[in-house]
Ligand binder design. Sequence first.
Ligand code: PLP
Length: 419
Amino acid sequence: MSLDPAPESPLTRLLHADRRAGVEHGALHKPIHPAATFGYRTAAELVAVFQGAQPGFVYARQGNPTGAALEAKLALLEGGRAAACFSTGMAAIAGVLLALLKAGDHVIASRHLFGNTRSLLQTLQGFGIAVDFVDTTDAAQVEAALQPATRLVFVETIANPATQVADLDGIGRLCAARGLLYVVDNTMTTPALLQARTVGAGLVVHSLTKGLSGHGDAMGGAVIDTGLFDWTRWPHIAEAYRKGDPANWGLQQIRKRGLRDFGATLRAEDAHRIATGLETLALRIAAINTTALGLARWLQQQPAVARVFYPGLEDHAQHARATALFGGPDGPRYGGLLSFELRPGLDPLAVLDRLRIVILSSHLSDNRTLVIPVAQTIFWELGPQRRAEMGIADGLLRLSVGLEPLADLQADWHQALQD
Ligand SMILES: *Cc1c(COP(=O)(O)O)cnc(C)c1O
């Protein structure tokens, strides 16, 4: 009797992926391939690669070997079929929407979207694509917005800055029942907390600039096809891409249009840095999430703090949902983003100026803890009335927790919150 060894974990497969692919000199990393173009030994090979009959690289705008190695790792982490990488998260999102939608289509998107994604969807409204922004914490609101022309539902897992958790399961079931493409932006949770395939996502999008790379030294984006969407049901797959296994059609069109035609290509140097960041994803996210929960509980008890928004707190409106959906091997986790309102009367800018460790920055999910006053910066363009409707107080601070020990962060906030 032979005993099969236990299947390797995705982390082990990720850590050994480059070595096993057979890098020259026994190197443990996929090389950074700076080549803009690729040559072929025979004309037959050149033709086969161009026609997609043989794998290979054509021109680096459509991808390079370093990026392809990263794509394989991202597909592995999300449990998907395949991935395509882009120069930024916004390029990946634009790649999906522009490659797949046509004038006359209707999209339902979260009302609490990342501001730049919302702005992109508003641009698409000018091209004849109808968009409704609804409260995606409730799948019934998505259902109520359905129209005959609805093709796609776009949500984020945990919203920024107020940390609303979308009804990911409920919307996934609705999309499956109606044959809609379900696109989940999993940037805030990462596959360390959620494989978006498990809630029914057909496509998963990521900003690789955030937690997946972690070190704030590279920009990138990705689209992962989970294999759950039936592309024979998508009416806008061009004849040229309706070839071979239908499971590949969607990503093929996204790659050809989003990379080849729009040119939003991930550089090989950045692909390498992001791939290195992925190796410590699980460790970083576990540490950051533990610190974030500790800090959220501590902030709740500070007299200078009026209110804390964090899905790990029992008084968060979607705490039970977050507990059920997001986690690692040792229990639920709630992300590294939290927001809190200062007690009215405290000057948020004066508080920020007293910080010694926490960095004033607009970025998210860095190894260092970052903070930004929301009303005065990322939501400034909206004006006071829209901010009030959205519940964005002038004293709201958004905090992206890093790897510093909890005690250091508590000490820094303790001194900054004294007026
Ligand atoms: C940052 C972010 C993006 C955009 O990613 P970039 O890499 O900055 O272009 C998209 N979605 C979410 C949720 C983000 O936080």
